[in-house]
Write a protein that binds this ligand. Sequence first.
Ligand SMILES: [Zn+2]
Length: 328
Amino acid sequence: MILQDNLNAFYEVSKASPGPIPWSVTLNPLDSSQKKSSAENLKINQSKLLIVFAIHGDEIDTLPGVLEFISDFKKGKIVYPSSITFILGNPEAAKESTRFIEQDMNRLFVFPVPPSSTKEHLRSEAIFSTFKDYSVLLDLHQTRMKLPHPFFCFAFHKASYLWAKALEAAPVMVTRSPKEAFLPGKKCVDEAFRDLGKPSMTLELGHIGQDLKEKTYKVLKNFVDVSQKVYFKELKIEAVAQKPLDLLQRIAYFNFSDPKMTLKPDLTNFRKISKGEELGKSILSPADGFILFPKYPKRNDKGEAIPPYDPYLFQVLGSISLDQALKW
Ligand SMILES: [Zn+2]
């Protein structure tokens, strides 16, 4: 089993190059034993990178790219003057190839955790405890449905947006006002990191089951290159971010109010749709824009969606300018 082999390989590296918590790896510069000035040490301490992946256990196709990156770093093919830490978010769920064991971990970054904590609560607490040591976070995810291209997805925050832009890993960013929680009363890993005033990005790199080895490696390599420029060549992140990154926000959604509602089979994420367009029987698009997360749940023999299914049948995204987002 390839997944099992890769998980074992990551576990082995986490023993050889342990990070701050179980199932994490920290890569230190190969010359870390050399004596440094206090100014150099300060710079090194303020430029540590954190990468979280598989916080949803079944979003594990980034692992082969992570392993390749780690291996190349150890061979000296990739150089970074400070440390890089990888955290495999939900190892227990990853072993079972499932999103989570007891609770969706990427909603649980609200502290302190309740006394009746689940496995995922305890893990989110451990992950959060490491945040103080890192300057920037990249959180890698995958979607259920096919993606024509990767996308960033997080509440608008100027520094994080500029970092995302500089990474050149996706053409679009799906965003929202920073005043709006992803889900009320709950918090994702990237939100908890941004709450500390530091840039953090969530990147949906592809869909579950896709071969993401090369894409993952490239994103990680760019992350290091950008960090090198920002922290060690003293370039402003604005100067590093060259390619455009289009901003999209949710402008409408369609309630999944009847289990019989069925979308046309060919709707893929980011397909352009127009207001009034028929997207299924008696299902008309409420706006002009791009469709996101069209739902194709499992159905019974009467064609009814089998619960639990999502409250929205689909969302509609519309473009937003950077000026508008900066005013949020
Ligand atoms: Zn995810």
